[in-house]
Design a protein around this ligand. Structure first.
Ligand SMILES: NC(=O)c1ccc[n+]([C@@H]2O[C@H](COP(=O)([O-])OP(=O)(O)OC[C@H]3O[C@@H](n4cnc5c(N)ncnc54)[C@H](OP(=O)(O)O)[C@@H]3O)[C@@H](O)[C@H]2O)c1
Length: 326
């Protein structure tokens, strides 16, 4: 790439503060602007995080000084603003979940293709060395054939005004927290499920707690759970014919003093669990580096793989919600 990728943030969201902290650690990108529905809020965010420019959304998309936008908007606004940004010629790094349906995701990729820009769904954990190493072990068949995957993510959501409780904004535990286990499972199966079943407890029109079973054509059966009403957790267990892997598939291994995953070979209780250390990494730094790399090489296999995964994820999330509604 000829110059540093100049990123603007669309929305003074809470997660945008963590994004800026991670992006600052990258030599490949600069966060040059932040936009808000209320420019005064953008100004406060810009001052707090030492960002040069505070704009409206429309000014951001029209700015020749912005190459790419990071979209941390409520889930239902990911599609319209990703499409608007692509049409304005900006590369798009959109927060997870990319879309509320596969149809919506296809529309977003069509807009990106028409404008010749890159669209990437932001999942920091996917770019972590920890995830890449687990993927490598599974693909290499080091522990034999994958039999089942269980993945979970949840926390307590106490603010009743949070966007996550608003069905019109794409709220709910599945779309907010459950999209992590869905994408982790998809990363290891490499495909979408052929059969989906799900159960949920509902509150105020959104799924507060949800579990789902996903069956895959290659025989893998996966289960996931997510909740807004539980203690904080994020964990996954991959069982294989020759052993198991346990992981927290962290977004930010840098927040742990000794990040690792656990691996046990064979089927004997006497076998020791191996603690496999992984590098400490801010997931947003890894994510923006990967984004800049994909923009520099838009024909790359990794970009095509991420698109296929995003379409499968969008399809699966919608199928799970439909199954849970019954
Ligand atoms: N990757 C991760 O680790 C991670 C973590 C948390 C969240 N996320 C994702 O990031 C996104 C934002 O989450 P968040 O927790 O940061 O949310 P948030 O603090 O509520 O921020 C959302 C922002 O969207 C803008 N917005 C535009 N229209 C809005 C509307 N009608 N209602 C509310 N806000 C509106 C607001 O910015 P302005 O008022 O400035 O325009 C608001 O600050 C979600 O998609 C979520 O899934 C990702």
């Amino acid at each position: 790439m000829a110059h540093t990728l100049r990123i603007g943030i669309l929305g003074a969201a809470r997660i945008a503060a963590s994004f800026v902290a991670g992006a600052r650690q990258s030599a490949r990108v600069d966060v040059v602007a932040v936009a808000s529905r209320d420019v005064a809020r953008a100004e406060v965010f810009a001052q707090t995080h030492q960002i040069a420019r505070a704009l409206t959304y429309e000014q951001m998309l029209a700015s020749p000084e912005v190459d790419a936008v990071y979209i941390p908007l409520p889930n239902s606004l990911h599609a319209p603003w990703s499409i608007a940004a692509a049409r304005a010629g900006k590369h798009v790094l959109c927060e997870k979940p990319l879309a509320l349906s596969e149809e919506e995701a296809l529309g977003m990729f069509a807009a990106a293709d028409a404008a010749g820009v890159v669209l990437l769904e932001g999942y920091p954990f996917l770019f972590q060395p920890q995830t890449l190493e687990i993927e490598r072990l599974v693909a290499a068949g080091t522990l034999g054939r994958v039999q089942t995957i269980f993945a979970a993510c949840g926390f307590t959501l106490s603010n009743p005004d949070d966007i996550r409780f608003d069905p019109a904004l794409g709220g709910g535990a599945l779309l907010d927290a459950g999209c992590y286990p869905v994408s982790f499972i998809r990363q290891l199966t490499g495909t979408r499920p052929v059969r989906v079943s799900a159960s949920a407890r509902w509150q105020r029109g959104v799924d507060e707690t949800l579990t789902a079973t996903l069956e895959f054509a290659n025989g893998i059966i996966a289960q996931l759970s997510c909740s807004f009403a539980s203690g904080l957790h994020r964990t996954a267990l991959i069982t294989c014919s020759g052993g198991i892997i346990e992981t927290d598939y962290s977004n930010h291994t840098a927040r742990s003093s000794a990040p690792h995953f656990r691996l046990r070979r064979g089927s004997d209780w006497r076998n020791e669990t191996e603690i496999v250390p992984v590098p400490r990494e801010d997931g947003f730094r890894a994510e923006v580096d990967a984004f800049a790399e994909m923009i520099a090489d838009p024909g790359s296999e990794s970009l095509a793989a991420r698109r296929a995964a995003s379409l499968d994820n969008a399809w699966t999330l919608a199928a799970i919600l439909a199954a849970a509604r019954g």
